[in-house]
Design a protein around this ligand. Structure first.
Ligand code: NDP
Length: 292
């Protein structure tokens, strides 16, 4: 097996699989999964994400509904749109692109989404389900990490997993998923004492920090599986910018057993998992089995 985990190829396979199942669902039950993406404001990065999501949604045969609202949108108007999408039978997934403008309370908006349509897995119901190990919707980036780790390592029982970062959208859900897989999980953060030592104990090291190239080669146990969630833009000596992860790839790659690159590692899995979640929910909402 290759040392470098090819997230781009993995995501392509997952999207192809979703596409096949979407076609089968349509033929068998007449159901076409629909994903609604809501963008408030003009943030350039968010616009790119939303465009990519819409394009990939259509490519797998689903319906894509894009709602672009001005950055002056009130909380009430956004809530009304969520209510409308909650009641729309052609919509099986609702994603509100974050961050939202400051006049809008993100938590209230996310928790207004019908939990069965919360394909980002951020609604309190789904967060609670994940934390007690009940079936629910798992956030996309953590799900992508888990799929790649399981694909590489198979049974994870007893493995020592160290997560760097405790955010609600990455660190904590990744930890919950690995705990469910019977790993021994350590969650580290900015107040952790001896971070490097904690990392060196990891069979599975997941970095979700948002600090460019922070994890160095001598923090990593030889042979460990290293998953780099970070996306950081840094300036090069030539005055250009380039994307790097939270892991210093040059020093970690020779030590690790497996490693995800940036770009081309975790990143591409996020939208693929969003489409996967939307298919699952279209089947659940219509009370039919996911096609084989
Ligand atoms: P947050 O900023 O929400 O959380 C960062 C976490 O890292 C916090 O828990 C923080 O600790 C911890 N941290 C910060 N500095 C240190 C340090 N010096 N030592 C140890 N821990 C530290 O980030 P996110 O979880 O949202 O994102 C993390 C990275 O993943 C970012 O680069 C982001 O761009 C990327 N990302 C990529 C996605 C993808 O699709 N591939 C999706 C989502 C995120 P504390 O809690 O103590 O402050």
């Amino acid at each position: 097996m290759e040392k470098i985990i090819d997230g781009k190829a993995f995501a392509e396979r997952l999207r192809a699989d979703v596409g096949t199942k979407v076609a089968a669902l349509k033929a068998r039950d007449g159901v076409v999964p629909g994903l609604a993406v809501v963008l408030v404001g003009e943030d350039p990065a968010s616009q790119v994400y939303v465009r990519n999501k819409g394009k990939q949604t259509v490519e797998v045969g689903m319906q894509s509904f894009e709602h672009k609202l001005p950055d002056t949108t009130s909380q009430e108007d956004l809530m009304q749109l969520i209510d409308q999408l909650n009641g729309d039978d052609s919509v099986h997934g609702i994603l509100v692109q974050l961050p939202l403008p400051k006049q809008i309370d993100e938590k209230s908006v996310i928790n207004r989404i019908n939990p069965d349509k919360d394909v980002d897995g951020f609604h309190l119901d789904n967060v609670g389900r994940l934390s007690i190990g009940e079936e629910g919707i798992v956030p996309c980036t953590p799900l992508g990490c888990l799929m790649m780790i399981k694909d590489q390592l198979g049974d994870l029982s007893g493995k020592h997993a160290v997560i760097v970062g405790r955010s609600n959208i990455v660190g904590k859900p990744v930890a919950a998923l690995l705990l469910q897989e019977n790993c021994t999980v350590v969650i580290t953060h900015s107040r952790t004492v001896n971070l490097e030592e904690e990392c060196r104990r990891a069979d599975i090291l997941v970095a979700a920090v948002g600090r460019a190239e922070m994890v160095k080669g001598d923090w990593v146990k030889p042979g460990a599986t290293v998953i780099d969630v970070g996306i950081n833009r840094i300036e090069t000596d030539e005055g250009k910018t380039r994307l790097v992860g939270d892991v210093d790839f040059a020093s970690v790659e020779p030590v690790a057993g497996k490693i995800t690159p940036v770009p081309g590692g975790v990143g591409p899995m996020t939208i693929a998992c969003l489409l996967h979640n939307t298919l699952q929910q279209a089947c659940r909402i219509n009370n039919v089995a996911v096609p084989e």
